[in-house]
Design a protein around this ligand. Structure first.
Ligand SMILES: [Zn+2]
Ligand SMILES: [Zn+2]
Length: 322
């Protein structure tokens, strides 16, 4: 008699071969639609206050704190934990886990699982933000709809043992809600109001809501724009593209054609410093001895791959790629 796992494998095999038609229907998650609508309305108020009312100290703190949350995603959830592209000592891992709470994009275990599924099943129904379903879906729509069953089904076969065993991730998962309240609400309010002298209302709209919505859109651009717009010097058969503007916005995560071809490279791009503040951030910690075993791809391997599968733009002119 076939075991449950064998039956699941067989069903996945049938789906992959197109034997069984998916019965998937769009189902709007109205709770998320309402939450994101309200947050965006509040963020607009935050944008108004940022432009016309906020103190210069708040304006500077906005970028510093938003980038800190950004590094929690890019250097932490993405390059360290999801891809193991470098190693980090315990103090740095705690710092990155705290920074990742600022971004409020689910706890590290869930973030890494979704991201590994995204890489393994890129541009299929099992990809949580499948860019073949269009810009809106891959940007925000995937969070407003019930997940496609393939995401859960195929996600079960992703190896998460390293993540599940990481003590820092275990602690972050256990205390995720209070940590989010602390790092997304209380710390920015305390610093902005009591240390920088900002009004409580302005601090709330700018430092809590606007900063959060800003960082969400920056991350979402990697899933949408960097999967749809840009050239493909390393593999022209895939959707992920080299997108300078997304890289500027996302601290270096927009060089997405390179990243999907060589996901284990800690730079997430061929050149280390082109619009890539996350690489600088990792170098900073490496200089302090906290980050080590930085993995990267040899120039020879990159050239071979680009020659074999790229769109040729790597060899035309450096400016067409970077
Ligand atoms: Zn991607
Ligand atoms: Zn990745």
């Amino acid at each position: 008699m076939a075991t449950k796992k064998q039956e699941e494998l067989s069903r996945i095999g049938q789906n992959l071969l197109g034997y069984s038609k998916s019965s998937y229907r769009w189902e709007v998650v109205w709770k998320n639609v309402i939450i994101f609508s309200v947050l965006h309305a509040l963020a607009l108020r935050g944008l108004y206050l940022y432009i016309f009312k906020a103190k210069i100290e708040t304006m500077i703190f906005f970028w510093m704190y938003s980038w800190l949350g950004g590094f929690g995603i890019t250097a932490g959830a993405h390059r360290l934990w999801s891809h193991r592209s470098y190693k980090a000592k315990t103090p740095l891992r705690y710092c990155l886990a705290a920074f990742q709470c600022i971004a409020v994009q689910n706890h590290l275990y869930e973030w890494c699982r979704d991201h590994r599924v995204h890489h393994k099943f890129s541009e299929t129904d099992a990809d949580p933000h499948n860019a073949k379903r269009g810009f809106f879906f891959s940007h925000i729509g995937w969070l407003l709809l019930r997940k496609h069953p393939d995401v859960r089904e195929k996600g079960k076969f992703i190896d998460m043992s390293d993540i599940a065993e990481d003590p820092v991730i275990k602690i972050q998962k256990k205390y995720y809600t209070p940590l989010v309240v602390l790092f997304r609400i209380l710390v920015p309010l305390y610093v902005d109001c009591y240390l920088l002298g900002e009004k409580l209302g302005t601090a709330f709209y700018v430092m809590v809501v606007l900063s959060y919505i800003y960082s969400l859109h920056v991350t979402w651009l990697v899933n949408s724009a960097a999967h749809l717009f840009g050239n493909k010097p390393y593999d022209q058969s895939i959707n992920p593209s080299q997108n300078r503007w997304v890289s500027i916005a996302s601290l270096g995560e927009g060089w997405h054609n390179f990243h999907h071809v060589f996901p284990w490279d800690y730079k997430a791009n061929e050149l280390p410093f082109t619009s890539n503040w996350t690489t600088r951030f990792i170098h900073f910690w490496a200089a302090l001895g906290q980050a080590y075993d930085l993995k990267s791809v040899s120039a020879e391997l990159i050239k071979q791959r680009a020659t074999r599968t790229g769109d040729g733009s790597l060899f035309k002119s450096a400016t067409t790629v970077q």
